[in-house]
Design a protein around this ligand. Sequence first.
Ligand code: HEM
Ligand SMILES: *[C@@H]1O[C@H](CO)[C@@H](O)[C@H](O)[C@H]1NC(C)=O
Ligand SMILES: *[C@@H]1O[C@H](CO)[C@@H](O)[C@H](O)[C@H]1NC(C)=O
Length: 527
Amino acid sequence: MIKYITEAHDTCKAFLVNNDLSGSPMANAYIALALLTLTMSLLRSNKKKNASTPWNKVPGGLPIIGHIPHVPSILDTLEGWADTYDNGSGVVEVQMAGKKHFIICNQEKAQFIESKRPHKVIRGTKFSKAFTSLQVCGLIEAEGETWKKERRMIPPFFNHKNVQDYVSHANLVFSRLIKKWSSQCDAGPVAVTQDMHHAATDIISLSMLGYDLDSVTAPSEMATVLDTIAKLLLKRAVSPFPYWKIPIVRQYIDNGDPIAEKAVAFCKQVLAESAPSLQSSNNFLAAKLMKEMGKKADQFPEERLIGNMITMFFAGTETTATTNLFCMYQLAKDKVLQDELRTEAEALGEDIESIDVAALPSKLPLLTSFIFEVMRYFPAISIQRLESTVPLTLVDVEIPAQSSFIVVGRFISKKSNTPLGPLNSPRDKFCAKRYLTKNESGKYVLSGSGDIPTPSMGFRSFGPAARICPGRHLSMMEITLVLSKILRTFEVSLKDGKEDMKYVTNFALAFEEDLEVMLKPRAPKAT
Ligand code: HEM
Ligand SMILES: *[C@@H]1O[C@H](CO)[C@@H](O)[C@H](O)[C@H]1NC(C)=O
Ligand SMILES: *[C@@H]1O[C@H](CO)[C@@H](O)[C@H](O)[C@H]1NC(C)=O
């Protein structure tokens, strides 16, 4: 029962703190509804005895409600509990927002929980319902058999060979980005956050739909719609009740349905218009999938094709953009490192436009290691919440179905399995050379032949083995390309007095404020 009270409270708080709603009088309607749910839930009651467990429980907290982490720092709060209370069992129990959660603090336990996906452990029904309510029916929302089928079908189109088809899209978008910044950089600091997000959206649009939004050059209504859907998904996923099913009220809370309709209509139209050219052009995901569907009719209903397209915007935009921004910030902070990376990027020469994706790590070992380390240290997705569908045995104790697990991925990667690297750097420190090793002639090369490190190596930024991010090669290509281009074009430094940026996490980890950097054009090379 208390679950509803505190979740309602949390959601209200999250809404009012994080959103544009605080000015709206209709926010009151939302709160009234939340309070109604809360009162009704008060009428129900359940009490359970606290049995002793082989792991620690986070002590203290309010007697009934438990802990309500301060909204903006939930990540730090959870990591703090993991650090303080894990006594080696890898599990810490906490009563939070009226519900019991198991914080999963080490690789062994995380692997155990994650190995039960997609049937015995799922993302959570609330999460899925929020996605389907906005017609974002794709790989992320899918569980069980649907997921298995789509997982076999879609990720192959994200392998190196296919990502090669998307390189020209990334080059086009990044050249616009660099051009824009070049025209702005003499006038003082350049605000890069929005542009970086637009660039990521444009690349996804070209690579998934074959459509050029070009939101880097000029505002694009569709880019805004797609961005809004991402925000609404998160808002709905944390709501204690499906407010979007309540007529009249819903349009005041998020107006999501017409926005979702717009996105769907857009995707449908783009695909209908590109259908005649599908025979020849094969350089975007939808074309590849439609050809595949042609071979195996009835494999894939249209709504899931569209849903998966919107899924890619959601999954591939903010994650990649924030990672790019974290990288830029690290470059700006460390001039020595920046120069080392620049030397490597310059050596690419003209090849950069026609780069062989699979060869990127071996051509740019230091840059690749740097990107891996930024992702490990500042993972866009730092925690994952999961839910069991059946009873599971954890440290010899059976825990019931519908238990909640929070895997603290960033924390785990700072504690165990991560290589120390050639500089013997502690895991809780940032070290750009962590993934390098010296070869026989004393040169740095990537360890592990440059493959993306895995969770068993302490690298959890692309998710667990079972549902590892299919977009990882695409995003690595994007990040490597944009950083190479930036390094070759500008010297990057921090705006005065902006030494320390604050991080926040709503869904993805991000800077609290927009990033502004000084970009000094590098003298054109004498020819
Ligand atoms: C730096 C960039 C990225 C990061 C850090 C990232 C991170 C992740 C993580 C942690 C997961 C696993 C979530 C889970 O545990 O269930 C995931 C899943 C996923 N990602 Fe990414 N991602 C990135 C880029 C992309 C891109 C560019 C795309 C596609 C265009 C993409 C598409 C997906 C999809 C569809 C899933 C769901 C896979 C499934 O559940 O089977 N991601 N990503
Ligand atoms: C961890 O703590 C629990 C409960 O406080 C205790 O029962 C268990 O024996 C401890 N385990 C270890 C490995 O110290
Ligand atoms: C060591 O790496 C460098 C740079 O990649 C390469 O040129 C050289 O051939 C490598 N040496 C050996 C012995 O593998």
